[in-house]
Design a protein around this ligand. Structure first.
Ligand code: ZN
Length: 388
């Protein structure tokens, strides 16, 4: 699987801590097996699966080492868990080869349901105000359609209902095909057990054009600090939440510079997204600021510079959210129905390269900005009060 991980993600469904990436949860990033086998567990049989990575007997044996909460899971879920353990031991080249084989197989054998989804037709995909704003391209036109819910979290109505339905149907059609021919679907990342990578089923070129022509103009304007103007690659997928499937998604940051997240439907309750501020690697576990505290400057300037970071947002089908990949977030459990979202992790190779050389505080992490400001304040004070 070439696209494995989000950066930090407590893989813990019950105890995520919405205020910080606790150390305890951080240790759960990599799925682990037990040290001693559970000999009373009767493993599933994997002999009928055609495209699994390792011999079927290995999976059956490995099952006895699964953590107890995984023992009663459906076979595909156990398989996905074990593959996530095994992926650590596979060299990159091998992983890439397996991924290529999977894509080739889908390309050769999968019969598409909606052929028109695979080319970018703005008239069929986007709602008119969105299309017009991008056509116009001016800052004013782009900002006109945006709502900023809290600093750095923007929403806008983007996709036509007909397009959303077609994507849902295509994904269901793909899942059905994969099940019939016993191809195990490569999941979009290490956190989701359901959903599919749209790039793998043939939508890579279409999504690339969508990013370059329709998302980059917004990203350049709103996320210039984190490489928004130089986005050049993407990872495009859908995630599914349902009762009996994945319910929620733990607190994490994305492996992207800018993330586009559009709800496709269908009907659901719950499943709100929560946001807790943008952080660099060094500060990803820190608390979010729900109020101004612990800082010794005048409160007025603090409110201006360190606004509220806690946000909860309820999805609306067809409406997109755009945020920095490093904006910490998670999804609450849905309480009924099914929710599917289209997600585009937009990346900038230039930004990633430059980041390697960064030695000082970043210009975009909420904590770095606070510390930078504190340092400046201390220096100014020191100059004003020369040592006696
Ligand atoms: Zn930082």
């Amino acid at each position: 699987m070439a696209e494995a991980a989000a950066d930090a993600h407590p893989n813990n469904k019950r105890k995520h801590n919405p205020n910080g990436l606790a150390n305890e949860s951080k240790e759960r990033v990599i799925p682990r097996l037990l040290k001693e086998p559970n000999l009373s567990h009767a493993p599933d049989n994997y002999d009928d699966l055609v495209n699994i990575e390792y011999p079927p007997s290995l999976y059956s044996t490995m099952e006895q080492y699964l953590p107890s909460h995984m023992l009663t899971a459906p076979r595909d879920k156990k398989l996905a868990f074990m593959d996530r353990v095994l992926v650590k031991y596979r060299p990159n080249g091998e992983r890439a080869r397996k991924h290529r084989e999977y894509r080739d197989r889908v390309k050769d054998k999968y019969k598409r349901l909606h052929e028109d989804l695979y080319t970018l037709d703005p008239d069929q995909i986007f709602v008119e105000p969105f299309r017009k704003a991008v056509e116009n391209g001016s800052e004013a036109a782009l900002r006109e359609i945006l709502t900023e819910h809290s600093p750095g979290v923007f929403t806008f109505t983007m996709l036509q209902p007909g397009f959303c339905s077609k994507v849902l149907e295509e994904v269901a059609h793909f899942e059905k095909w994969a099940h019939e021919v016993k191809v195990s679907v490569l999941r979009p990342n290490t956190m989701n057990n359901y959903g599919a990578v749209l790039d793998d089923i043939g939508m890579e070129t279409m999504l690339d054009q969508l990013m370059m022509k329709f998302i980059r103009p917004f990203a350049a304007l709103l996320f210039f600090n984190v490489g928004g103007a130089t986005l050049d690659t993407h990872h495009g997928f859908v995630v599914e939440y349902s009762i009996g499937g994945d319910l929620d998604l733990g607190f994490h940051v994305d492996d992207s510079e800018v993330t586009l997240n559009v709800c496709l439907g269908k009907e659901f309750d719950g499943g709100e997204l929560f946001f807790r501020g943008v952080r660099c690697d060094a500060h990803v576990n820190g608390e979010a600021r729900s109020e101004v505290r612990g800082v010794h400057s005048s409160s007025i300037s603090l409110i201006e510079h360190h606004p509220q970071e806690m946000l909860e947002y309820s999805h609306v089908p067809g409406r997109a959210i755009l945020h920095a990949g490093r904006h910490r977030h998670g999804a609450k459990a849905i309480t009924s129905g099914q929710r599917t979202n289209l997600i585009l992790w937009c990346r900038s190779s230039e930004f990633r390269e430059l980041k390697k050389y960064q030695r000082d505080f970043s210009a975009w992490c909420g904590e770095c900005l606070l510390r930078k400001k504190e340092r400046r304040r201390r220096l100014t004070n020191a100059k004003r009060q020369p040592a006696a």
